[in-house]
Write a protein that binds this ligand. Structure first.
Ligand code: NDP
Length: 243
């Protein structure tokens, strides 16, 4: 199937990597279903492209029913789902000794359960279609552990394990699994950090050495635009100056 026929669901499409990927896919003519909590941002993005096939719906990935509704919307409007881009995530870093139990829970609920909710919502449809592609935004932090980021790294290590398990379980149903691991990227992610010192440090790093979300979007589109017999299972896209 050509890219411009594909139906792609994107979570976390209201800013950063998700929004950049949506815009690149719109340029390529794909049909899109966008989800995030800030529905006004989704509306702004869709309104920029009045001729594109884009629908959107307020979505909180911590709620399984929101993902089910997003898949339902895709099927009602476009009749199928070819790609789910599980991209939503947060990164409230802090040292473990600060005991930020609420933030830990939010990260588990968003970064891990959010991905699992997407998988659970879309998999029955893809199995029935006997085709599909699930992509997750992981991180270099899913490969390397940094101080103050133990829980965030833990969520991203988990996503990598889940996505590799998905690939192995679903390959015979022609369902692909792709793990995209960005390095430092200049997005709004630093705003999810409540620790003032950490937030300032990450903001500075994003501005000084961060790559553009559009660079990650290109990697996502490259993974999507492969023939059925080719799976890009794992990509790391680092900022060149990142250690
Ligand atoms: P942004 O903060 O710009 O984007 C994050 C997106 O996730 C937003 O659209 C936000 O939308 C959405 N989101 C957060 N929580 C929820 C939720 N509960 N339900 C639905 N959507 C949610 O940052 P990025 O673009 O950088 O982040 C995208 C992904 O990239 C994340 O998974 C992040 O971990 C990962 N990543 C980012 C890196 C970076 O340096 N920027 C490096 C490596 C990985 P809304 O608030 O409207 O719900």
């Amino acid at each position: 199937m050509e890219l411009n026929d594909k139906v792609v669901i994107i979570t976390g499409a209201s800013s950063g990597i998700g929004a950049a990927t949506a815009e690149l896919l719109i340029e390529k003519g794909a049909r899109l279903v966008l989800g995030a909590r800030r529905v006004d941002k989704l509306a702004d993005l869709a309104n920029k492209y009045p001729d594109a096939n884009v629908v959107y719906q307020q979505t909180d990935v911590t709620k399984f029913e929101d993902l089910e509704d997003l898949v339902q919307l895709a099927k009602e409007r476009f009749g199928r789902v070819d790609v789910l881009f599980n991209n939503a995530g947060i990164m409230p870093t802090a040292p473990l000794v600060d005991r930020k139990l609420d933030e830990w829970q939010q990260m588990l609920d968003t970064n891990i359960m959010g991905v699992l909710h997407g998988i659970a919502a879309v998999l029955p449809t893809m199995v029935e279609q006997q085709s599909g592609h699930i992509i997750a935004t992981d991180s270099v932090a899913g490969h390397v552990v940094y101080p103050n980021s133990a829980v965030y790294c833990g969520t991203k290590f988990a996503v990598r394990a889940i996505m590799e398990g998905l690939r192995q379980e679903q390959k015979d149903n022609n369902i692909k699994s792709t793990i995209i691991s960005p390095g430092t990227t200049d997005t709004e992610l630093y705003q999810t950090i409540n620790d003032a010192e950490d937030s300032q440090m990450i903001y500075k790093m994003q501005k000084e050495i961060g790559i553009k979300p559009q660079d990650i979007a290109k990697a996502v589109v490259y993974a999507i635009d492969t023939p059925a017999e080719v799976t890009i299972s794992d990509m790391i896209i680092r900022a060149s100056k990142q250690s």
